[in-house]
Design a protein around this ligand. Sequence first.
Ligand code: SF4
Ligand code: SF4
Length: 253
Amino acid sequence: MSASLAVWKFASCDGCQLSLLDLEDELLALAGQLRIAYFLEASSAQVDGPYDLSLVEGSITTAHDAERIRKVRASSRALITIGACATAGGIQALRNFADVDEFTRAVYASPDYISTLASSTPISAHVPVDFELHGCPINKRQLLEVISAFLYRRRPRVRAHSVCIECKRRGTVCVTVAHGTPCLGPVTHAGCGAICPAYDRGCFGCYGPMETPNTASLDAWTGLEELDLVRVYRTFNAAAEPFRKASESHEHD
Ligand code: SF4
Ligand code: SF4
C-alpha cells in the first residue's frame, strides 16, 4: 500500500515546495509508493489525515500557526521540516534581533491590523521533528533522498560537513585563497554542491550552519569589519544557534 504525503506551508516564500514540484519525473517514479493526500500548492483536492509523512515548510510567526503546527504533528506519523524557514526561522527571524512593533509601525499603514509574534521560530521549537533538511531553497536531490529514506525506513544519507568539501570535490579553486573573497563555506552545511564558489563568489551561508562550525576561527581571517560580520551571519539562517551567536559576538554598542 502507498504512503500518504501531506505538504504544509507556514511563514515562507514557497521556494522549498517548488523544489518538490521540480522533482516531476522522479516523483512519477515514486507514484506507486507515495500518494499525495494534501498539497495545496499542487492540488485543491484534499484527503483528511492522518498522514504517513508530512513535509513542513516555513516558520512559526503567529499564535494561530503555533496552534496549527501542533495539529499537523498530531496527524503525522513522520514530520520532516524543509528549508531555512522551517529549520531556523528564516529571513523573517531578523525580527528576533529587533523590536517587532517598531518594524510593524514602519511597514504597515494600519499596524493595528497586524497580529504577529515577537519572534520567528523553527518548527522544532514547537513540536518534535523527525528530520531537518536545510537550504534556501532545499536541494531537490537531497529531498528525494530524504523521501526515499522514509519510504524504505532507513536513515537519510545527507552529510553535515561543510561546503568546502563540496568545493574540493568539484575541483573549484577556493575564492578566499585565490582572491581573498570572504566566504562562509567553511562553516556552512553542504548540500548545494558549492554553487557560488563555482561562479567565483563567496558562499553566504544559505544552507545554514554545518555540524560544529568554528565561526570564531573563520571570522579571524575573513578581513571583514565587525559590522560586516554581524551582517553576513544575519541572513536566511540568522536565528540558527551558531550563526546567531556568531553575529551577536560581533555586535557592539
Ligand atoms: S571557496 Fe569557500 S567553500 Fe570553497 S573551499 Fe574556499 S572557503 Fe571553502
Ligand atoms: S550561498 Fe553557500 S550554501 Fe548557498 S548556494 Fe551559495 S555556496 Fe551554496
